[in-house]
Design a protein around this ligand. Structure first.
Ligand SMILES: Nc1ncnc2c1ncn2[C@@H]1O[C@H](COP(=O)(O)OP(=O)(O)OP(=O)(O)O)[C@@H](O)[C@H]1O
Length: 252
């Protein structure tokens, strides 16, 4: 199963932020994406999850051209994502945030709810059971009834991952899962991501914490000024002169 980006481009007014990017990734892997601030990483994510339409090029997931699909339709194709700045509902508890994640999908018809209340009750029970499972998997049971606004940075990132998992994704885009997270929780989040990969869920991860990302990912891609300038095993990519020059600011 693959995600294929073909000649993608995007601009904001006159600013060309993604320039003819072509990339094929195995959606069963953990692929890391690094690049200097403003390189276009978040923009590339928005083109994959449908929050933006590209100026040119196509996005193909498992053979389906999803370039023009709305975001919620992409969710049904197995795509999940989290944001750089976590967006939980701060007035809801951790558990409620998980429940809501399963229900906030636009495009679901409400008519069926009126017609088959028994089925709705069963669905609600399934959602609650899934939320309990995810709480346990992410080791968040002890904050189950806490409002999400009191969580630490790392716990918020875990909750965001949990909210994505509620929608049964096969491939998840993570935007800076380690930003503002203490080192102990970074290891914990990394361990959860690895375990999910072993269960068959792949990831594309943007991250500035290169050390933590390199330990986690199978492959690393480097974006610089809207172009891919490095791609391969993390150790090879990080030793590459062009990458070191562009990203790490080293002289050649
Ligand atoms: N909505 C927007 N309108 C105009 N310019 C934008 C918009 N979003 C991003 N940009 C600009 O596009 C460029 C790429 O931004 P993007 O957020 O994709 O980079 P990034 O690699 O994710 O950066 P960072 O690592 O800092 O998050 C930057 O120069 C940014 O200022």
């Amino acid at each position: 199963m693959t995600l294929r980006l073909e000649n993608l481009s995007q601009h904001y007014g006159g600013l060309q932020v993604i320039q003819d990017v072509s990339l094929e990734i195995d959606v069963g892997d953990i692929t890391g994406m690094i690049g200097p601030n403003g390189a276009g990483k978040t923009t590339l994510f928005s083109l994959i999850n449908g929050l933006q339409r590209p100026a040119g090029g196509t996005v193909v997931l498992n053979g389906n051209d999803i370039t023009r699909m709305k975001s919620h339709v992409r969710v049904r194709q197995g795509l999940g994502w989290t944001f750089q700045v976590p967006r939980p509902f701060s007035h809801l508890t951790v558990f409620e945030n998980l429940l809501v994640a399963a229900r906030e999908q636009p495009g679901d018809t409400i008519w069926r709810n009126f017609l088959t209340p028994g089925r709705v009750a069963a669905t609600e029970r399934n959602i609650a059971a899934k939320a309990e499972e995810i709480l346990e998997f992410l080791k968040l049971q002890h904050v189950r009834e806490s409002h999400s606004k009191v969580l630490s940075g790392g716990q918020k990132k875990l909750l965001e991952l949990g909210r994505a998992l509620m929608l049964d994704p096969v491939f998840i885009l993570l935007d800076e899962p380690f930003a503002g997270v203490n080192p102990v929780l970074i290891e914990e989040i990394g361990a959860r991501i690895s375990e999910l990969r072993d269960r068959g869920i792949g990831f594309l991860i943007i991250e500035h914490n290169i050390g933590a990302l390199a330990r986690l990912c199978d492959r690393m891609v480097v974006l610089d000024r809207g172009k891919i300038i490095g791609d391969g095993a993390p150790s090879t990519v990080l030793a590459d002169k062009t990458v070191r020059l562009a990203y790490l600011g080293e002289s050649a």
